[in-house]
Ligand binder design. Structure first.
Ligand code: ATP
Ligand code: MG
Length: 236
């Protein structure tokens, strides 16, 4: 593995240790070992290189055949629910994440497990919607929002539960330029840790770290500019 990195100096939040994974007889991840302490980490690489599988490991959506993934010391294999409280997952297709008829109801639905009073829940929902500029749409049917607004709603519904980490698997792929920029800018300003899988090599320039996947392995781990160079060489 080529590395532009020095040793980790921060407490790890997510640790991926010796992870391999296969679907049937198709080996998709091979011996992945990474700690993920940085605030913004990008994951890039060719189609089918294992990025989404890797992303899904990080909140226990996929449990590895071999090795383990821990979040704050909690193993995704045995503590899935606690891991998912800490780690939110944003899918590519916002329609897949919207579960309730109206915008406000969708965000409120995320809070159902917290057993808050109605007024407290309403307050948190209103606050979150205002932060994303969706407050005027609170009572609108969620399915009538634009693609970008839907992705913002999906983010609202996740962030209202205050996860520490946000895993985003190509959250802007289906969006037009304007909405894609809007979502990227938002991700760039969130206080949460963001781990972003993307093919948008421009959007990761200011990230602290980028992993390049190739055939199920991390083949480069370092600053985004050097990672993009490495990825371009692989593709050439
Ligand atoms: N649920 C599944 N069952 C079987 N094979 C799968 C499954 N999910 C992914 N795969 C296979 O695993 C490999 C890696 O897929 P993955 O989705 O992790 O790649 P990716 O890097 O995210 O690709 P892309 O850039 O196209 O999104 C691919 O060969 C894919 O066909
Ligand atoms: Mg993918």
């Amino acid at each position: 593995m080529t590395s532009g990195r020095t040793k980790f100096t921060v407490e790890h939040v997510i640790e991926v240790e010796g992870v391999s994974h296969a679907y049937g007889d198709r080996q998709v991840l091979r011996g992945v070992d990474v700690g993920l302490p940085e605030h913004r980490i990008a994951v890039i690489g060719a189609n089918g290189s294992g990025k989404s599988t890797f992303a899904r490991l990080l909140n226990g959506l996929v449990i590895p055949d071999q090795g383990r993934v821990r979040v704050d010391g909690l193993d995704t294999r045995s503590d899935g629910a606690a891991v998912r409280q800490r780690v939110g997952f944003v899918f590519t297709d916002p329609d897949a994440q919207i579960v309730m008829p109206t915008v406000a109801e969708d965000v409120a639905f995320s809070l159902r497990r917290q057993k808050l009073g109605r007024s407290e829940s309403d307050r948190l929902v209103a606050e979150q919607l205002a932060m994303f500029g969706l407050d005027e749409h609170a009572d609108h049917p969620a399915h009538l929002l634009s693609g970008g607004q839907k992705q913002l709603l999906a983010l609202c519904s996740i962030l209202v539960t205050e996860p520490k980490v946000l895993i985003c698997d190509e959250p802007t792929t289906l969006l037009d330029l304007r909405n894609s920029r809007r979502v990227s800018e938002l991700l760039a300003t969130l206080p949460q840790q963001v781990i972003l899988v993307t093919h948008d090599l421009e959007a990761i320039r200011d990230f602290e770290r980028a992993l390049v996947f190739d055939q199920g392995s991390v083949v480069f781990d370092g600053p985004p500019a050097a990672a993009v160079d490495h990825y371009r060489e692989l593709a050439a």
